[in-house]
Design a protein around this ligand. Sequence first.
Ligand SMILES: [Zn+2]
Length: 347
Amino acid sequence: MADHKLPVLPTSVVGSHGRPGWLYVFRDAAAGRELGSIDIQEVGDDAVRLAILDQEEAGIDVISDGEMRRTMGYYRGYMARFENVRPAKEPPLRQLGPIHYDFIRRHDVVGPIRAPEGMGIVDEFKFLKRHTTKPTKATCAGPLNFARECNLVTHYKNTFDLAYDFARIINAELKGLVEAGADFIQVDEPSYVHLREEPTEMARLFNATVDGVKAKVALHICFGTHAGRPRMSRRTYRQLFPKIMEAKADQFVLEFANRQMAEIELWKEFSVDRELGMGVVDVKAYEIETPEEVADRIRTALKYIRPEKLWVNPDCGMGQSPRWIAVEKLKAMVAGTRIVRQELGVK
Ligand SMILES: [Zn+2]
């Protein structure tokens, strides 16, 4: 992407934005009714316009479409685009009480997977491009993320075997994004810290996913934010380093705010030559950071990483945050970044 047009310490988002209240009202009102494609399109368009407006007004440098059409979360809605992938017969482990990871319905893979119509992310991106003049980021869940939610009923030997087929489909989608004008694409793979495979295996899979994709590519690895809750209790990236650097990602997008900047030293310890998209606001917390707190986190990072390699982000997507909190956190993020830019003597 045209990074020279961006300020030092560019601010961006991880993907999803807080949804307006009416989107929940719409979802409830629509439950059990058959909607037409125009109903769905119009509601999605309106929600994306709001997400664009919120990000622009907050002063974010590189915006997304807020993933507003992904009402089932950042990946689950796409499961319906894949042939031979269907909701598992067994219900989720639990449906009563507080929403947690055991609420999620798994999927059965019953044959070789295909996506003859693509995933639909290219069309989502085209709408974003038509409605903003700001630099943009396109986002897509990664192959391991899809594969680990699937039960292997037939055809595939193991989760990685299946993940490589998802990678093939995602790769085509990412190339479509580039054709549509995307110059910055992020692949989301929280599974990298959930699964126990060697980081080199994950890097190889990532490289297959982005092979030949002519854009700046980022890899987001996080600890989960389902219903605002992390999946992992041991929130560390250390086991991934240094092998994860074999992933041909231009930028790593990681959580730091909710870990009080723990492990920022990894960047120096392993002489990481890649950009860091660093989380400076905690999307899992109700409290809104002050600009000074954000500035402090950036100052801490600058002890370990050069400013030209640092981007400023929330920890994760904000789709599980109330919209007003998401907006206030974005504003604090921008204001805090501006404090540090001033200290650095740059705009
Ligand atoms: Zn995340």
